[in-house]
Design a protein around this ligand. Structure first.
Ligand SMILES: Nc1ncnc2c1ncn2[C@@H]1O[C@H](COP(=O)(O)OP(=O)(O)OP(=O)(O)O)[C@@H](O)[C@H]1O
Ligand SMILES: [Mg+2]
Length: 236
């Protein structure tokens, strides 16, 4: 049965769809059968998918389904969970009722955090929602925060420096959440692939692509470690 990941942040433009396509490409390269579920009514993810088809850049081992209502999400998962190794759900960037359904369906919830106060707060909300659901239903959904769109000068920003203590405070408050050490940098290639170029992993191995690939590989490896029982207690 498929493992289910989702990207959750009610801050629009936080980096959910980008994160989803990057890790999907990496898992697909590793031979996993990946289903991407576009649960955002604005259909950014399926728009990328359509462009990939139009341009003949269809990734192997990846399929895309659209399901933007609670019922559609539940029925697509029930219908397809045996046909895939991994299902990754791209959530909308607004507070919506589908968010709870998506979290409930997930094994691992990923929240991208750009160095901005709104993005940090939205990740805190996601941590709270995951912990509430875990408390109420006795589940053990893992919540992981991932810094994205990072630049070297941006590491001096107050908002950047606030991320780690913010997540530490959430843990102190009892929320089950963690901050990944791996960060996604601000990279042109992450934007360019959205234009129907397929996945990052399909691009010619130029120097920028090689660096991006290493970053995404490290991210996937850290997600795998942190989403197991042993990794969960690791430092915030
Ligand atoms: N690490 C990154 N490097 C460069 N550009 C990025 C990065 N992450 C996201 N972006 C760009 O930022 C914009 C918003 O990202 P994205 O669409 O992934 O966010 P989202 O959370 O899915 O947004 P929405 O809430 O609207 O669905 C896009 O133009 C995307 O290309
Ligand atoms: Mg999106």
């Amino acid at each position: 049965m498929a493992k289910i990941y989702s990207a959750i942040s009610s801050k629009g433009g936080a980096g959910k769809t980008t994160l989803v396509t990057l890790i999907a490409g990496e898992y697909a390269l590793r031979g996993k059968r990946v289903l991407l579920v576009d649960a955002d009514g604005r259909l950014n993810l399926s728009g990328w998918w359509k462009l990939c088809h139009n341009k003949g850049n269809v990734p192997e081992n990846i399929s895309v389904a659209i399901a933007a209502t609670r019922r559609a999400i539940e029925s697509e998962i029930a219908r397809l969970q045996h046909a895939f190794d991994l299902i990754i759900i791209d959530a909308p960037g607004v507070d919506s009722t589908v968010q709870e359904t998506i979290i409930r369906s997930s094994d691992v919830v990923l929240s991208p955090i750009q160095p901005g106060i709104k993005e940090i707060e939205a990740a805190g909300q996601a941590a709270a929602s995951v912990s509430d659901i875990n408390d109420k239903s006795g589940s053990s959904i893992v919540h992981l925060n991932i810094r994205t769109r990072i630049t070297v000068p941006g590491r001096n920003l107050e908002a950047y420096r606030y991320v780690r203590p913010f997540v530490a405070d959430l843990r102190q408050a009892g929320y089950q959440t963690a901050l990944l050490d791996t960060e996604l940098f601000e990279r042109n290639i992450y934007r360019e692939i959205q234009n129907g170029l397929g996945t990052l992993q399909m691009q010619d191995l130029s120097d920028p692509v090689r660096k991006a690939r290493l970053e995404v590989q490290a991210l996937v490896e850290e997600i795998e470690i942190r989403s197991t029982a042993d990794g969960r207690g690791a430092a915030a």
